[in-house]
Design a protein around this ligand. Structure first.
Ligand SMILES: [Zn+2]
Ligand SMILES: [Zn+2]
Length: 246
């Protein structure tokens, strides 16, 4: 037996569609429509429900009924009633929820385009660089001054990446992982335990030149002195020769 009052409430108060009500009662939407008609409820096209009628409009998302619609909905000339389907509140919420995804989507699209059109993109980049050379140089100089820590990491990283690329070994180390390793060692040199501060080397446990990988589990943070005296020895070899090459 269908609960008529319940159906009416779903339809009029919750603005549910005939089909979604039908699903709840495990029946088809014709039955729901007939039931509502028998109770003298006017059936409206689902799209028409979210249109501006007089000054009233219902938000498509949160189903709030606004009496002064123009204050609560953004203008959208492409819509028949000239207003956005969802209210400003919902838009704001959506924007916050989706923004990282949108940014990711943009980035993915851009890199796909660059992959498929390398010449166009390269030409554009070269031209852009030539046109804005001085500006870009000044900006990057300022960035290096403002971000010594980031600069340090990106410098170490690009050096290691280049070496790993030449050697053809696994090459997955990221700046984030270097930072992780640094905090795991609480900023101390792995060999002599001195506080390295900002002056440290990313040391490969098995050196890349000996086939070591450029990955998180093959790196430690070392002070320049230890790292340089270690050279291309592995940690074990280095320990035998003696810390600081003595
Ligand atoms: Zn809303
Ligand atoms: Zn050291």
């Amino acid at each position: 037996m269908l609960n008529k009052e319940q159906i009416k409430m779903y339809y009029e108060k919750d603005y549910m569609s005939l089909r979604s009500i039908a699903k709840i009662f495990n029946t088809d939407h014709h039955t729901i429509s007939r039931t509502l008609k028998s109770m003298n409820v006017e059936i409206v096209n689902q799209c028409d429900r979210y249109k501006l009628i007089g000054n009233t409009k219902i938000c498509f998302k949160c189903k709030t009924k606004y009496d002064n619609a123009k204050e609560h909905f953004k203008k959208d000339p492409s819509k028949r009633d000239g207003l956005y389907p969802s209210c400003k509140e919902c838009n704001k919420k959506d924007w916050k929820d989706n923004y990282p995804n949108i940014a990711e989507r943009h980035r993915a699209r851009t890199s796909k385009y660059a992959k498929n059109n390398p010449e166009i993109v390269n030409n554009y980049r070269t031209k852009y660089y030539q046109d804005n050379k001085e500006d870009l140089k000044a900006k990057s100089k300022q960035w290096r001054i403002d971000n010594p820590e980031k600069r340090k990491i990106s410098h170490s990283l690009s050096k290691a990446k280049r070496r790993a690329l030449l050697k053809g070994v696994r090459n997955t180390l990221t700046a984030e992982q270097i930072r992780e390793q640094y905090s795991e060692q609480t900023g101390e040199c792995v060999y002599c335990y001195v506080d390295v501060g900002n002056d440290y080397h990313v040391d490969h446990i098995i050196p890349i030149i000996n086939g070591g990988e450029n990955t998180k589990d093959n790196i430690v943070i070392a002070c320049p002195r230890c790292n340089l005296s270690k050279g291309v020895k592995t940690v074990e070899e280095f320990k035998i020769v003696g810390i600081r090459g003595i």
